[in-house]
Ligand binder design. Structure first.
Ligand code: FDA
Length: 308
């Protein structure tokens, strides 16, 4: 579970400056973030695709505070997508809050319209779109926007968080033909009134959701680095009579890359989630918080002499 102190540090501009100001710090950023601008992430995407995997690209940033900021995020995707003409291999991931869903007055409509523009641009280059899931208060709005988008773009996917009590029922509703569901454990600190809060419970919930998705008619996207749950996904897929390309694994850029390669070499579909953009700090601290060993990487970048 995310370390609270680190999550608080996500707000710190000073720490961001220190990380960006040292070559080791920049190395830590590059390990988890695929670049700051279009050309950089496109180079990384091509390299991953040439190595036999697929990509989903996330323009970093959450929670647009103004309509202009939300429109700028839409424009960032519109600028990126023409460079992703890699039929069937590329996807973008979007956060509705970055596209204005939380703005007062018509936030939902705003987010829907901007996401629709992104879907149309993705369709033009044979790419797909998946909507990330944010904290539990946003799930109903996200699923309702998904529903409207799927009427026009049936391939739009969504992330569901196994940690939420409601998710098993959401999986049942969405395990229908053509539906693409990315199952994740959940990255937000949620209250126990709506979510499982300890790891074994979350893992059990993930396993139950996996079974429902694999037995359903949709296309499951299994987004975890957890070796046991990867095995369970293979088990549920086999039991449900799915072939190895009737679902996919997804992992984050820079995390368990050997496992990504191993699965791809065994013939499984593997999609790497590539975050990019100048707003990398909050994303980076979340990844560091998930694994104490990552903190050592960061600590080294603070040593005197590391800065340059
Ligand atoms: P867990 O955290 O238990 O990790 C299992 C193992 O993976 C660890 O023991 C370690 O070996 C390795 N590992 C995990 N994280 C690591 C790290 N940061 N550094 C090094 N090793 C690490 N969440 C959300 O709420 N909404 C969303 O839309 C998405 N979208 C999304 C897309 C994709 C493709 C992925 C992979 C994940 C997400 N997530 C997400 C994040 C997700 O909810 C979760 O926080 C992380 O994936 C970590 O959980 P794991 O399932 O990997 O298990």
């Amino acid at each position: 579970m995310p370390n609270k102190l680190l999550l608080m540090a996500a707000a710190s501009d000073r720490l961001r400056g220190i990380i960006a100001g040292s070559s080791l710090g920049r190395g830590v950023v590059r390990r988890f973030v695929a670049g700051e601008v279009d050309d950089e992430v496109i180079v990384v995407a091509r390299r991953i695709i040439n190595s036999g995997m697929q990509v989903t690209i996330d323009h970093l940033g959450e929670g647009a505070a103004t309509a202009e900021q939300a429109t700028a995020v839409r424009d960032a995707y519109l600028s990126l997508l023409p460079g992703l003409r890699m039929p069937g291999m590329a996807e973008v991931s979007v956060k509705l809050s970055a596209l204005g869903s939380a703005l007062p007055n018509n936030g939902r409509t705003h987010a829907y319209q901007l996401t629709r523009d992104i879907c149309a641009a993705a369709a033009a280059v044979d790419a797909t779109v998946t909507i990330d899931m944010e904290d539990h208060t946003t799930v109903d709005l996200t699923l309702s926007v998904l529903n409207d988008l799927r009427a026009e773009f049936p391939w739009v996917g969504v992330a569901l968080q196994a940690c939420l009590h409601r998710t098993l029922a959401d999986c049942r509703r969405l395990a229908v033909a053509g539906s693409r569901v990315r199952l994740v454990k959940g990255a937000y600190a949620e209250p126990s009134s709506v979510a499982y809060v300890n790891r074994p419970q979350i893992d059990k919930a993930f396993d139950r959701c996996l079974q429902v998705l694999m037995e359903g008619e949709g296309y499951p996207m299994v987004a975890t680095h957890d070796p046991r749950l990867i095995e369970r996904a293979v088990h549920h897929a086999r039991s449900a009579g799915r072939g190895i390309t009737d679902f996919e694994f997804q992992m984050l850029y820079g995390i368990r890359t050997n496992e990504q390669r191993r699965l791809a070499e065994e013939g499984y579909r593997v999609r790497v989630y590539l975050p990019y953009g100048r707003d990398w700090y909050a994303y980076l601290t979340r990844r560091l918080a998930e694994k104490p060993a990552n903190l050592l990487l960061l600590a080294r970048s603070f040593k005197p002499g590391a800065a340059n």
